[in-house]
Ligand binder design. Structure first.
Ligand code: AVJ
Length: 360
């Protein structure tokens, strides 16, 4: 379904943030869905700069956030259902167990999801909340893709007519300050998306989370754990080749967004566990010498046969790494949940009490 059609069917309106703030009292009475657009065209400037940087680095790279156009998002949903891709299934099973505890007393709170994925996970939480909590709470997905938000919300308001929702189109790595602050929040950062960030990036991101949430707010965050190499590598080298298609699709995104002329058949999918860095790396490896033109940024890129473009890191965590990250970010760990094989962890964090307040 197209975005326009979705919007017509479900009365989704997109507006910029100033307009929405002055409008909001009236909106809460109607069933109209509001999506705040906070991106401001800054995002499209970023792609030019990001690719310029990535293609001139000695190890070429493309930031993995550019995977998720409409096709990329659809391919990722397919990946989540692959037999080899254990993270989604494992996280879901933990979430089912703990949802009643997390959501039992969620009246008058806001449930924020950073990166709107398939609704499967959020539906587990909303089901566990029950109708009476749902009718006073609000669900707020935050994502750079307006389409992903519209699609997710259209489905949810149909399933839960009593639920209030508000979409926020924004880059959650830099725009957490646009979140509402009036009611207690639980931020969900699921799927081990944090694994895409470097150690420093994740700490500075979690620091801004700690700074932007109040003492009674919570962060629910998913971590994919270190496990036998074969299991991890199979998850990124599935037998149906969906992950390969997903990886190569990032080139189509550049072709479209930057008027480039990548031919994805000249690249091979590579994914392996880098033990020193404790991460799965995905690359696109040139299978011949290649010259690519990126029209919009007036750039030519040369790749030698065998050279790679690094497209993703997916870090795998240990308890010690997670504890270290929390401590360095000013967050304290409230609860820790895992599956029986310890393949995945869901951790509840809250702002660590500052030195001042401890002395009171
Ligand atoms: C969405 C970042 C969690 O790293 O496992 C899946 C993305 N890449 N297969 C991951 C992904 C290749 C996924 N995350």
């Amino acid at each position: 379904m197209s975005l326009t059609r979705l919007k017509m069917l479900y009365k989704v309106r997109t507006m910029d943030i100033d307009c929405a703030i002055s409008d909001s009292p009236a909106n809460s009475k109607s069933r109209q869905v509001i999506i705040l657009n906070c991106l401001d065209g800054k995002y499209s400037n970023d792609i030019a700069r990001d690719i310029q940087q990535g293609m001139t680095a000695s190890q070429k790279y493309i930031p993995c956030k550019y995977f998720y156009d409409a096709l990329g998002s659809r391919l990722f949903k397919k990946i989540c259902q692959l037999p080899e891709y254990y993270p989604t299934r494992t996280e879901l099973s933990i979430l089912k167990e703990i949802a009643p505890e997390l959501m039992g007393a969620f009246a008058n709170r806001d449930l924020v999801e950073l990166g709107s994925g398939a609704n499967l996970k959020i539906r587990i939480l909303l089901d566990a909340a029950g109708k009476s909590n749902r009718s006073s709470m609000r669900y707020i997905p935050m994502d750079i893709s307006e389409f992903a938000i519209a699609e997710a919300l259209a489905d949810l308001i149909e399933r839960y007519p009593e639920l209030q929702v508000m979409g926020v189109v924004a880059d959650f790595t830099s725009q957490l300050d646009v979140l509402p602050t009036k009611r207690p929040l639980m931020l969900c950062f699921l799927g081990s998306t944090i694994g895409n960030m470097s150690k420093d990036e994740s700490i500075s991101f979690l620091r801004t989370v700690a700074e932007n949430i109040k003492s009674d707010d919570k962060l629910l965050i998913g971590f994919d754990m270190v496990k036998p190499r074969g299991t991890m590598e199979a998850a990124y080298n599935d037998s149906r080749g969906i992950t390969s298609e997903f990886n190569k699709n990032i080139l189509n995104v550049l072709n479209r967004e930057l008027n480039a002329d990548f031919d994805s058949s000249q690249f091979d999918h590579r994914a392996f566990f880098n033990e020193d860095e404790s991460r799965i790396e995905m690359h696109l490896r040139a299978n011949s010498d290649i010259l690519v033109k990126l029209g919009s940024i007036r750039m030519e890129v040369e790749l030698k046969k065998g050279e790679t473009i690094h497209t993703e890191n997916s870090r795998k965590f240990t308890n010690d790494i997670i504890e270290g990250i929390a401590e360095e970010s000013g967050l304290s760990i409230q609860k820790w949940y895992s599956d029986s094989k310890k393949w995945f962890s869901l951790v509840v964090m809250c702002p660590a009490p500052s030195a001042d307040s401890e002395m009171l």
